[in-house]
Design a protein around this ligand. Sequence first.
Ligand code: B12
Length: 440
Amino acid sequence: MVIQSSSPVQKEVILINPCISNFFLEIAFGAKTGNPLPHSLLILAALTPKEYKVQFINHKLFWTADDFCEGALVGITCLTMMVSKAYELADSFRAAGSKVVLGGPHVNALPEEALEHADSVVVGEAESVWGRVIDDFEKGRLQKVYRGEPLDDFFSPTFDYLMSLDPAVLRRTGMHIDRGCKYNCDFCSRVSDKLRFIKIEQVVELVRRAATAPFFGLRQPPLVFIADNIFSKPAYAKELFRALAPLKIRWGANASIDIGFDEEALRLAKESGCQAFLIGFETIHPEAYRKTSLAQVRSADDYRKAIRNINAHRIKITGSFIIGLDQYTHLDYLKLLLFLVRARLWFSILTILTPVPGSALFTRLKAEGRIFSFDWSRYNFLNCVFKPKNVSVFSVYAWFVLIRFVSMFFSPWMLFFMAGLFLSQNLGLWLGHGLARMFR
Ligand code: B12
């Protein structure tokens, strides 16, 4: 997708979210997530001076030599699974005579590697440094590394820009509400852990605006809150739910399992239009993570209690589980399979443990000599790139396929949802792409 904003002046910033290095996965992930424009790029656009023409390029599959222009400032956001493609694009833009700046979780973890393909890298959050990057670009003195600080009020500088966007774009990209996380799971690699929230009045204004987007005369689909965990700070979450209630929207968000034990939070969430939570259960051994090991959660049975409580408020649950954790033996995989069969989840997500650079897991497994592939294009959560502790790599794949396949039949919405999404999005995507190319 390419979105262009019109401006008479020719100074240009090109902001790119690359596609996944594997073509088939790109199509599958696109069908699953709809490839929303990442907030990082919206933020960079918001912080770019008005006289610049800003062009977004999101998951563009096919590139021609004409796409690589000279004289522009090119910013590319990098997740690990996309970084090989990002480096390829960066090399081509630099060869054509543009300047390239890389940022995002992968670059944050491995800036030296990224610098082999870029003029500059931004380590950390961009809000405090993007203005300086632009200024240095104009003066022809780009530095190698810019270190961004996590600002307390990280959101106000981008608020007006977001409010000026087409409500349909706002709705599709989701509502960003927090930064950081109160947990510190070893497999996670966010850029900053410092927990901060957007002012509730700002969230409400954005939601109001997004709610005005037309949706083919139909009722709008639920709005997604882009949060690591909407229940990071229960007091904030409850205040937000109260403020959302009068807006009569429907919404969904990531949440942690502790919300399942807070009756007031569940009631307020439902009254404010909550339809579903995505909960990272990760493992049937709750003691493995602070996020899942609570006074109320000592075993997989306690998970079931939380699931029942949430379902009792007519809120659906998508449960996310990881295959390949060190604690798992064959018996545990069997228990996980049985858990998913009995859990009555609306939808379940299963991924293979992946030690992304920047995570504590990456540092530990690397030090233990257990990572056998550093080919980042394989870091897509469907490959096992390390030697598991108690079972073989083959067993990890075998359990992954078996559990995924069997659990699918016990979560009927999963079949329905996947088929619907796959058909509608891919037809739309391919038709749109074809038409766009024909009329170019
Ligand atoms: C929301 C989210 C999603 C949403 C995306 C929605 C959207 N509109 O973007 C959805 C659900 C689609 C999603 C999917 C996936 N996600 Co996700 N997601 C997140 C989450 C929770 C927040 C991301 C976000 O918007 N943060 C806010 C933005 C503003 O922060 P940021 O991206 O870090 O950007 C800042 C800086 O990094 C920097 N920056 C970033 N890019 C650039 C570029 C330049 C040029 C510059 C100068 C600066 C810069 O400036 C920004 C502003 O300060 C993060 C966790 C986290 N907190 O980061 C995981 C996270 C990004 N996701 C992750 C993963 C693994 C995935 C999936 C692969 C999961 C899966 N198995 O399906 C898929 C990928 C699908 C795809 N095609 O992209 C990992 C990435 C790890 C890695 N190193 O690659 C993260 C970090 C979580 C984790 N477990 O570690 N995700």
